[in-house]
Design a protein around this ligand. Structure first.
Ligand code: ZN
Length: 208
């Protein structure tokens, strides 16, 4: 007997098999994603045009990514859910201790006050780049901004997390184009939706 189970179409080895119906809401519930809004508290991260602070831009984006994933039945833990300081080690220790499936760090970029001409998205990986590629593709498809591509870097949180990880730089707080966008709630929502879609696509293609 063939039936649809949590892992797709399976052959039932039991004498009596029941077709298992799983609603979309519950289909992703065995996955655990850590969302890591960078900086916080005493560490504002990059400070950009008009005093725009990285920590304040990436928190609402991270909270919205979390909301969307939870709506899809995916379990999420945030390394911070408000404005407090967390060490880099504390961030990956959490992900490793709870044996998360994915680690997604969210940051905003800086090129210094003298370079308002530098704008755009960067997505970083160390090791496997599939999660970064998938999220990058989803952002480029739906968010209106310059694209600086997928890049490799030995960032602490990427090196020390034991699960597939990525670090998304959602734009430059020091960039004239990006700063205006990053301060805009609609842009923040579009960015969050694109990141969430990328995470969901990765789960569906690689973890299911
Ligand atoms: Zn940062």
């Amino acid at each position: 007997t063939s039936f649809r189970g949590v892992t797709g179409v399976q052959t039932c080895a039991l004498p009596i098999c029941f077709p298992v119906t799983i609603t979309p809401h519950h289909r992703n519930s065995r996955f655990l994603v850590v969302i890591d809004p960078g900086h916080g508290g005493k560490d504002p991260g990059a400070i950009g045009i008009g005093g725009l602070q990285e920590k304040n831009v990436i928190l609402p984006i991270s909270l919205e990514v979390t909301r969307i994933l939870q709506q899809q039945g995916i379990d999420v833990r945030l390394t911070r859910d408000s404005d407090f300081f967390v060490t880099l080690q504390g961030r990956t220790d959490l992900a490793n201790q709870i044996d998360a499936d994915l680690f997604v760090s969210i940051h905003a970029n800086s090129m210094g006050k003298a370079r308002p001409d530098v704008n755009g998205l960067e997505v970083y990986y160390f090791g496997d780049r599939r999660l970064s590629d998938t999220i990058h593709r989803n952002i480029v498809r739906s968010v209106d901004m310059h694209d600086r591509g997928v890049r490799r870097a030995r960032f602490y949180v990427l090196r020390t997390s034991k699960m597939p990880s990525t670090l998304v730089e959602v734009g430059f707080v020091t960039g004239a184009e990006d700063a205006a966008k990053l301060a805009n709630v609609n842009f923040q929502r579009q960015m969050a939706a694109a990141i969430a879609r990328g995470i969901i696509e990765y789960i569906q293609r690689n973890l299911r």
